[in-house]
Design a binder for this molecule. Structure first.
Ligand SMILES: Cc1ncc(C[n+]2csc(CCOP(=O)(O)OP(=O)(O)O)c2C)c(N)n1
Ligand code: SF4
Ligand SMILES: [Mg+2]
Length: 357
């Protein structure tokens, strides 16, 4: 069964952002995914986030690999640039694009198989190079496109639709990202857009590698009672940390102030590089500063012991160096460099050659 294109509601079309664009201008082709697929909800959250941030679609590069999840860039931001790479090879293509042009928003959508099975070797190098990008994993625990085989992110002991058990330890992308250099690490759930949209907005504006592991159930092959990636399982076992509500993302254009009574509620502010901020309300039992990596790891351990799934903003580095700082990449996009900036003059060439004589 294919997703049905929703009728356009007049009030939605009338909403305009600072660029004078409507949410419809951030849409794409009609989805061909199964009706109820979590990935379609993530697409809707991306559209809302980009619309609300007034990001010009042409300033976005949509990067993906192969899988149902990797098909989704076709369904949002039709005016953006896009590259659909070979299975698991999206991170190296994004590395090249980042090096050539630092002025784009790199928005990557990948699957758990694309990221952590065939693509693990590429994923970890993008992390350690601290690419300035937002990497979304649409994590259903399986290869949806090829009908339900376990991915490397599937939990040990979980069962597939035919009853087969996964004997292998699942990789935790959140811990992996925190260990290898991601400076913004979060987990969301496709069924919770109030939490997901602010996370996507904050991730897009973050300087450095931002990872959001989005639990996104596959209704066709992994939504049964024995799956730890089903809608029911996630709703029952979710434990929110540093949880945000939609008005908690404050763009730099607005004045930021906290009311004294809000401060008493453990309201925290994490500043982003462009001066905007994310305000987080931590629940008392999971209260830690998001830039405290050890506390974040302890929280993940606690969740693992009690069998709960942590969601929300799990870790955010206070000050961070990214790929461009470390490599001194060109401030000007390579395509905009003038010819005389690309070709060394005869004197410079003579000087270089002299050094080897
Ligand atoms: C080199 C290569 N090997 C295998 C495949 C077959 N294949 C296509 S998609 C896919 C897995 C997709 O899983 P995931 O990334 O989790 O995306 P989902 O469909 O679950 O969203 C595989 C193994 C392929 N297309 N290319
Ligand atoms: S097979 Fe699963 S992941 Fe793929 S579109 Fe259908 S529900 Fe979504
Ligand atoms: Mg998958």
């Amino acid at each position: 069964m294919l997703s049905i294109e929703k009728p356009k509601i007049a009030s939605v079309l009338q909403r305009k952002n600072e660029l004078g664009l409507s949410p419809e201008d951030y849409g794409g082709a009609p989805s061909t995914l199964c009706g109820g697929c979590g990935h379609d909800s993530v697409t809707a959250a991306i559209i809302s986030a980009c619309f609300e941030l007034s990001i010009p679609p042409e300033n976005v590069a949509k990067m993906s690999g192969i899988g149902c999840s990797s098909k989704t860039p076709a369904y949002f931001l039709r005016g953006a640039h896009a590259f659909n790479a070979v299975h698991g090879r999206m991170p190296s293509v994004t590395t090249g694009a980042c090096a050539a042009n630092r002025d784009m928003y790199y928005l990557a959508v990948s699957g758990d198989g694309d990221t952590a099975s065939i693509g693990l070797g590429q994923f970890i190098h993008a992390l350690r190079r601290r690419l300035n990008m937002l990497y979304l994993i649409e994590n259903n625990g399986i290869y949806g496109l090829t009908k339900g085989q376990f991915s490397a992110l599937a939990d040990a002991g979980s069962r597939n639709k035919q009853g087969g058990m996964n004997p292998f330890t699942g990789i935790d992308p959140v811990r992996l990202a925190m260990t290898l250099g991601a400076s913004f690490v979060a987990r969301g759930f496709s069924g919770d857009k109030e939490q997901l949209i602010p996370l996507i907005k904050a991730g897009l504006l973050h300087k450095g590698f931002a990872l959001i592991d989005v639990l996104s159930p596959c209704v066709s092959f992994n939504n049964h009672a024995d799956s730890s990636r089903s809608y029911d399982y996630i709703r029952k076992h979710e434990r929110e940390v540093n949880s945000q509500v939609s008005e908690d993302f404050v763009p730099s254009r607005e004045e930021i102030f906290l009311l004294p009574e809000e401060q008493k509620k453990a309201l925290r502010t994490a500043c982003l590089h462009d001066g905007s901020s994310v305000r987080m309300r931590a629940y008392p039992e999971s209260c830690y500063e998001p830039d405290d990596k050890q506390a974040a790891f302890r929280f993940l351990d606690d969740c693992q012991k009690e069998g709960s799934i942590p969601t929300g903003l799990i870790y955010k580095e206070a000050e961070t160096e990214d790929f461009h700082d470390m490599c001194g990449t060109s401030q000007t996009a390579l395509r905009d460099l003038p010819m005389d900036g690309l070709i060394p003059s005869p004197e410079t060439l003579r000087h270089i050659n002299q050094q080897f004589r």
